[in-house]
Design a protein around this ligand. Structure first.
Ligand code: AMP
Ligand code: MG
Length: 500
């Protein structure tokens, strides 16, 4: 049990927190309060996330809110806690981990969201917990801004994700490679339960607690599965399906998570725990976004099979509940088909094709080969492809110029145009459909870095601007054209690691 030196002043009793997770047996968590940060200030708030829980962004300029979402005041109805979980890290069993710096306040009503229509609010960076191990329980401003922006950018892209309500900062420093200022990001999700939460009880040989966890997840988040012949097998089947679809959506926009350990895998199929993530720029299937991942276990091209590996780890942990190896294997077996079919559908849409024809695979394979050979910017390519005219190559230059080897593009474009002739859609209709799935704006590392550098100098305007742009990534936004550009040369040297 860990408590702050001074009792926290009372927070708002207007926030109607409920505390469903706290109703699990005590072994699931440690009840504790956040540790206050000195003189916190607001860095950013997401109006879209705030709306989900019925909050007005104006409220975030009040001291009460800033203190509440830094952990300096406790809302009257919150029952704060840190949850325990375990996990496989880089393929190796890591034993107990847990919320080492995240504190759950409880959940607020979110009537427009999926079952159960409530969102948990978690303060990440709110001080040490019994699960902090060697860590200080804090998060630095840099990583908090990255998590905040990427959570909301993923939501803008329509990809399942935990949300980010706000970031508060403090001049209080912690040591990383150098001293850095601290921040707290308030995350929201129906649940933060991870594959590793299940593994925890399996590896600790606690079948009753394993069952209590599965029943909690089924009751609150998958109520439709409760009537299945084997609800636990149905749960594994559904989580496997969601994971396959999630990874396909990542691949389609070039998102790389960076640390796909089982403790970072959401039982709801959400993108969870933003650390050294990245978006593909110059295409390289082997790209490793996490500087710490020297073997490339979590490289772009590895993500689909790692998603499956992680589902196997979950299946292993759920085996005692499901009751048979065969039923567990059956539940996991859908992954490949779910991934392949979702990915094929996403690529078909990215290419602006309505029909699915047998030779489309070849068109895709050749495309990825030339993108790879030319290290072509992934986002710009697909966005500009939407502007291609079926009958006339005169306007190809912006697309064609992305390739150093223009001939490679020209040869592919001939095949693509032939393929488009088998479609009925007009150029204008195809462009509209393609622009709705191929984003113009993604969170490029250098954009995040620019916003972070300004924030380090107490100017938070660039964080707000990026948030606004990335909330509508498919819109043209001509006034923000520069944000869709290729990264500048200095961005080639940016490195992100696990340090956060
Ligand atoms: P991550 O790699 O960020 O997913 O973290 C893995 C584990 O380390 C989780 O249990 C985190 O809660 C914990 N952790 C990461 N950073 C810190 C920190 N600064 N203080 C305490 N625990 C941390
Ligand atoms: Mg984590």
């Amino acid at each position: 049990m860990n408590s702050p030196d001074l009792p926290l002043p009372p927070g708002s009793d207007a926030l109607p927190f409920e505390n469903t997770f706290a109703g699990l047996p005590p072994a699931f968590y440690t009840a504790l309060s956040p540790t206050p940060l000195r003189a916190p200030y607001l860095v950013a708030v997401s109006p879209a996330a705030a709306a989900l829980v019925g909050l007005d962004p104006e409220q975030f300029s009040t001291l009460e809110f800033i203190e509440t979402f830094t952990g300096n005041r406790l809302p009257a109805q919150a029952a704060p806690l840190a949850a325990v979980y375990s996990g496989h890290q880089f393929g190796v069993w890591a034993g107990q981990l847990g919320d080492g710096r995240a504190i759950l306040l409880g959940e607020l009503p979110a009537p427009t969201t999926a079952a159960p229509g409530r969102l948990e609010l978690q303060l990440k960076g709110a001080g040490p917990t019994p699960y902090s191990r060697m860590g200080d329980g804090r998060a630095v401003l840099r990583s908090s801004i990255r998590e905040f922006l990427c959570s909301e950018a993923m939501a803008g892209l329509g990809i399942p994700t935990t949300r980010a309500l706000c970031v508060t900062g403090s001049d209080q420093r912690v040591m990383r490679e150098t001293p850095e200022t601290t921040a707290v990001v308030t995350r929201m999700a129906p649940s933060f339960i991870r594959f590793g939460s299940f593994e925890h009880w399996f590896y600790n040989d606690q079948p009753e607690l394993l069952r209590a966890l599965a029943d909690h997840v089924l009751t609150h988040f998958y109520p439709d599965l409760l009537t299945a012949a084997n609800p636990y097998a149905a749960l594994l089947t559904e989580v496997t399906r969601r994971t396959a679809h999630l990874v396909a959506q990542w691949q389609a926009v070039g998102f790389m998570h960076g640390v796909l350990n089982t403790d970072n895998m959401s039982i709801l199929g959400l993108t969870l725990d933003y650390g050294p993530f990245g978006f593909m720029e110059a295409f390289d299937a082997g790209h490793i976004c996490n500087h710490t991942d020297q073997q490339g276990r979590y490289a772009y091209s590895m993500q689909p099979q790692i998603g499956h590996w992680n589902c196997f780890a979950l299946g292993q942990a759920m085996l005692p509940l499901i009751g048979s190896v065969e039923a567990t294997q059956d539940a996991l077996a859908g992954y490949k088909h779910d991934y392949d079919s979702r990915m094929a559908a996403l690529l078909q849409a990215k290419l602006g094709l309505v029909r699915q024809l047998p030779d489309d695979n070849l068109l895709v394979d050749v495309l990825f080969a030339i993108l790879q050979a030319g290290h072509v910017d992934f986002t710009l390519f697909f966005r500009r492809l939407g502007n291609l005219q079926r009958a006339d190559s005169a306007g190809d230059a912006p697309l064609r110029d992305l390739f150093i080897e223009r001939a490679a593009f020209d040869a592919w474009a001939v095949q693509y145009r032939l393929r488009l002739q088998q479609e009925e859609r007009s150029d204008a209709a195809r462009q509209l459909a393609m622009h709705a799935v191929n984003p113009k704006y993604i969170l490029r590392n250098y954009l995040a870095q620019t916003a972070i550098e300004k924030a380090d100098a107490s100017d938070f305007s660039e964080v707000a601007r990026l948030l606004d742009i990335l909330a509508r990534p498919f819109d043209e936004q001509p006034e923000h054209e520069a944000y869709a550009d290729l990264p500048p040369d200095w961005a080639n040297h940016l490195e992100v690691s696990c340090s956060s």
